[in-house]
Design a protein around this ligand. Structure first.
Ligand code: HPA
Length: 274
């Protein structure tokens, strides 16, 4: 990445600081169907993506496309209502642009959420799974290209992409509120097709518990820049079933909406505990 690209980041950060000067400590990315979590935030400033210089534009239904600054559980947060996906035609670098911007604004901890298809046979639609590891091989690595040494190392370690202390905290929160959470591995794919039956079986064989079209690229970049990452999936469909996984985007949205109250408790209390 050249000097010109760095200048783009500077312009975006300067614009956002001008509109909302308080540096956020925690960044939140809301996945498909999970956008109403925004209602939990005491919103102080909302900025539509199309008004932010150099931001990509979201194109999927169920993503409203705005950056929200405000307070959650007493902390300064910035939330993305709507994220960018590789399948929309954005480059891997564009997908992660907002994550880099969050870090440059001051964010130290990134909380990611997504809708995902389960391949673990013990999972059910509506389950919440805390991600404890991922496989990114089926997506394009967003660090491909010139490394910016001030941002992070050329060859970053990925041995703890999701911080164990955050996983522990989240499990404790769920136990306190008497709801079950699963824990497991998220395998990232490009989409936009849902998987074939053979692909779901392969993902299961490879050690995945769920599969989805986001999150891994954001996690890679956040780890590259030294942020602590926590991520959670809402299971919206079941990949390994005898009759196959007949699934539509609408069903994904509906299942995600259904699980949102549990997710809201988890994220809200996790923010309080950070
Ligand atoms: N596969 C990939 N991405 C998804 C799925 C799925 O089954 N469900 C929600 N996002």
């Amino acid at each position: 990445m050249g000097k010109k690209k760095l200048r783009l980041f500077e312009e975006t950060v300067k614009f956002l600081k001008k509109h909302y000067p308080t540096p956020p400590q925690i960044g939140i990315v809301l996945g498909t169907g999970l956008g109403s979590f925004i209602n939990e935030i005491a919103v102080e400033k909302e900025i539509a993506y199309e008004d932010i210089p150099h931001f990509p534009l979201a194109t999927v239904t169920g993503h409203s496309g705005k950056l929200v600054f405000g307070k959650l559980s007493g902390k300064d947060v910035v939330a993305m209502a709507g994220r960018f996906h590789f399948y929309e035609g954005h480059t891997a670098q564009e997908v992660v642009f907002p994550v880099r911007v969050m870090k440059l604004l001051g964010v130290e901890t990134l909380l990611l959420s997504n809708a995902a298809g389960a391949v673990n046979p013990s999972f059910r639609v509506g389950d919440i799974m805390i991600i404890n590891d991922h496989v990114s091989f089926f997506t394009r690595n967003p660090l491909i290209g010139k490394n910016i040494n001030e941002w992070g190392p050329r060859f970053p370690g990925m041995s703890e992409p999701y911080k164990k202390h955050l996983v522990q905290k989240a499990k404790l929160i769920a136990a306190t509120h008497n709801f079950e959470v699963k824990e497991g591995v998220y395998i990232g794919v490009t989409g936009p097709t849902f998987e074939t039956n053979a692909e779901y079986r392969l993902i299961h064989l490879l050690g995945g518990d769920v599969v989805g079209m986001s999150t891994v690229q954001e996690s890679i970049v956040a780890n590259h820049m030294g942020m602590d990452v926590f991520a959670v999936s809402v299971v919206t469909d079941l990949g390994i079933r005898e009759e196959g996984n007949i699934i539509t985007h609408e069903e994904v949205l509906e299942a995600a909406r259904h699980a949102e109250p549990k997710l809201a408790i988890l994220l809200k209390e996790l923010v309080a505990a950070i």
